[in-house]
Design a protein around this ligand. Structure first.
Ligand code: MLT
Ligand code: MN
Ligand code: ZN
Length: 311
């Protein structure tokens, strides 16, 4: 990350930092959801997992499109448009086909022309299993670019002009969505986003079952890491009596303890490191909690909606 406004090339805005269901989740009265409703200054509300990136601060790419996309797009900085209709979203890059990351695609159908960047495996799930793509395509032209694992490719604007941004998807350990009939390589990826002219880069991994050395090396070479902050402990849902699967069984590496993501990410010296995709049960959501202090002592940040970074 370079200092000073003149060096800013890429704007990154956290549009939603909660996992599926948002925070508080509509039907949940766990201790953190309770706090978000009853003592709101102890716990900021959060929309579902999505991030926006832009080079010029006007034309944006969404990293995942959440069910909260309408309100999220409304938060994007952009000049007052001259025309009657204006689409500030130039494209959507999806890291998987989960509902919290793709329901927003169909909700952007009024755009008339959408660009979508996905792996072949994600494309097939969106076409055949959730059917989000055929439904959206009944309303809008959906131009799909298949991303190849470990290959860097350009992110053009809708008029084909280069944005200067590139993306490189890499497979992360995780299962496919539970509604997927097949498990094909690339159904869940992380992204390395890079600005070609400044070299500024961001690693985006909202869902990851386990950080391995390959992923740590990729993330360690970036300026900003946005990483899976779903669960604090492996038995979080089980101990609250609201689930029977561990965090790892749900393909989310817990943050705390030996083998947690916090100790691994703390070892990366170059990037700024921020947790996102935070489940509503995660106690680090509480302002002033011991868990929040533990994250900050390790040099990481608990993401909140609206947080903005410049690369
Ligand atoms: C996940 O992050 O594991 C999925 O989004 C789960 C879900 O959508 O219920
Ligand atoms: Mn999710
Ligand atoms: Zn809750």
């Amino acid at each position: 990350m370079k200092a000073g406004p003149s060096a800013i090339r890429v704007h990154v805005i956290l549009l939603g930092t909660a996992a599926g269901g948002g925070f508080p989740q509509w039907n949940c009265w766990c201790p953190t959801c309770r706090a978000a409703r009853i003592t709101p200054d102890r716990a900021l509300r959060r929309r579902q997992s999505s991030t926006a990136v832009s080079v010029d601060g006007e034309r944006w790419f969404l990293l995942n499109a959440s069910p909260d996309v309408r309100e999220q797009v409304d938060c994007l900085p952009a000049p007052v448009p001259a025309g009657v209709r204006h689409v500030a979203v130039e494209g959507i890059v999806a890291t998987d086909a989960e509902l919290d990351h793709t329901l927003g695609i169909v909700l952007l159908r009024e755009a008339r022309h959408l660009q979508l960047f996905v792996t072949r495996a994600v494309r097939l799930i969106l076409e055949q299993d959730s059917r989000i793509l055929p439904v959206t395509a009944a309303f809008a032209r959906v131009e799909i670019t298949e991303m190849q694992l470990e290959q860097t490719q350009a992110l053009p604007y809708r008029n084909d002009e280069p944005s200067g941004l590139t993306i490189m998807p890499f497979a992360v350990p995780a299962g496919p969505p539970r509604f997927a009939r097949e498990q094909k390589p690339g159904h869940t990826v992380g992204l390395i986003l890079r600005d070609e002219s400044s070299g500024g880069s961001c690693g985006y991994v909202p869902g990851c079952g386990q950080l391995d050395q390959n992923i740590l090396d990729l993330l360690g070479d970036t300026d900003l890491v946005l990483f899976d902050g779903t669960f604090w402990t492996d038995d979080e849902l089980i101990s609250l009596g609201i689930g029977d699967r561990s965090a790892r069984e749900m393909d989310h590496q817990p943050i705390s303890g030996p083998g947690g993501s916090l100790s691994q990410l703390a070892g990366l010296s170059r990037p700024r490191k921020v947790y996102t995709h935070i489940n509503n049960t995660n106690p680090m959501l509480l302002e002033g909690s011991p868990e929040r202090a533990t994250v900050e002592r390790a040099g990481l940040t608990v993401g909140a909606d609206g947080m903005t970074f410049s690369l």
